[in-house]
Design a protein around this ligand. Structure first.
Ligand SMILES: CC(C)(COP(=O)(O)OP(=O)(O)OC[C@H]1O[C@@H](n2cnc3c(N)ncnc32)[C@H](O)[C@@H]1OP(=O)(O)O)[C@@H](O)C(=O)NCCC(=O)NCCS
Length: 184
């Protein structure tokens, strides 16, 4: 889809509980570096493992082009009070013409254990329903990833099944659980 067809950036940051979703900014580079040291995050996105400052900055810059490229909305999850970055999430809309999108999320290791991913996913999903064309948001989660499964459940997503050998992660074909939310 061309960039012109993507809905505009939300005029106010989507919020839920203690988080808001805003543009990825230069000041998020240290968070990107912290997330790049996580064992799993570099396997499921474009952040290189143990990124140096330049690589983390390039990741930030890539996120800043996702909307204009028509790929979707790439958000920093920030503390609603301090604006400090606590993670990243995206609403990916390459299939918006079919009424579908997918979402992904990660919390920086030092901010985990407070249910922030579920709050971010609730904010992201609520924002998604502001997009008239969007009827269904999908999540693809590895069966071992209990933290992500709980996040999906807490945000109201329903488990729909197992997609066997769905994609390659870390050089290995992986089964993925399909979770989805549909427009209320
Ligand atoms: C998944 C992730 C986003 C969750 O972050 P978070 O919001 O800080 O999650 P929390 O630590 O608050 O845990 C949320 C729930 O999962 C449970 N959980 C978290 N890690 C768990 C684990 N390793 N084993 C079992 N349960 C776990 C918690 O107990 C909590 O459940 P509860 O609310 O029923 O008590 C975070 O772990 C992360 O960034 N992981 C790497 C990236 C990733 O996997 N992204 C998702 C790809 S599909």
């Amino acid at each position: 889809m061309s960039a012109a067809q993507l809905p505009p950036w939300p005029p106010a940051p989507p919020r839920w509980g203690s988080v808001l979703l805003r543009q990825v900014q230069e000041k998020d580079v240290p968070m990107a570096q912290e997330m790049s040291a996580d064992a799993y995050i570099p396997q499921i996105g474009s952040l290189p493992p143990h990124a140096d400052h330049r690589q983390a900055r390039e990741w930030v810059q890539r996120q800043q082009t996702r909307h204009e490229q028509g790929i979707g909305f790439s958000f920093t999850i920030a503390d609603a009070g301090s604006d400090e970055p606590v993670g990243h999430c995206g609403l990916w809309l390459k299939e918006i013409s079919a009424g579908r999108g997918s979402a992904g999320y990660a919390i920086r290791p030092s901010a985990r254990g407070r249910g922030l991913a579920a709050e971010a996913l609730l904010a992201l999903t609520s924002f998604g329903w502001d997009i008239p064309l969007l009827h269904r948001i999908e999540l693809y989660i590895e069966p071992w990833n209990t933290g992500s499964i709980r996040t999906a459940e807490q945000a109201g997503y329903a488990r729909e099944g197992v997609l066997r050998s769905h994609q390659e992660i870390g050089g290995v074909r992986r089964d993925m659980l399909l979770f989805a939310a549909v427009r209320p």
